[in-house]
Design a protein around this ligand. Sequence first.
Ligand SMILES: [Zn+2]
Length: 225
Amino acid sequence: MTITQAEENHLKAIFKIAEKEDKPALTNAIAAAMHTTAASVTDMLKRLADKNLIVYEKYRGVQLTGEGNRIATALIRKHRLWEVFLTEKLGFAWDEVHDMAEQLEHVQGEHLVSRLDTFLGHPKFDPHGDPIPDAEGRWTYRKQSLLTTLLPGDRGAVTGVDDHSAAFLQYLDQLGLGLGAELELLERFPYDHSVRVRTRDGRELVLSEKVTKNLYLNILSDRES
Ligand SMILES: [Zn+2]
């Protein structure tokens, strides 16, 4: 069975929507993710259903079959391994690699992926902090919290982002808040839900609610109950 790049991209979109919303993906959500119309998504869904890659029930949404899930997971694995390669080995910044990885993920070859994985030392997370599934499709999850949930006095290290746009990643670079950056929450402002934080090198920053809703950290401090 041959699967086109467009079909692969739809499977990946369905996987990501279902993962994020924790329920079957609806046609409109898939269309929004693919920047296309609901009508063309409906055509695509019929084709994917004919190939037994999805189960499609009108109004209930779309679920991946075992094979559909396997293909989507393999694509995400390739995408994120290429992102690690591009940043760690070719020196690209974390805001530059996504579009290149969108193309590289479609390059076929079992051995290519496994050698890339070995070459990179079997990384578990990509440059944005997202988990990379292993060759068997197993995911490594870790405990992380959105900055919105931290309490004054909490310290944390940045582990990931919800907004993957280049604009947000560049802004985080400007603030010195890349992956691994440590900060302490000093104060929350109820007026606009912004927060004041102190970085490890002693700088104090005020972060907007938009930033706090898109930044994941693992909490380092012991909370006193
Ligand atoms: Zn990416």
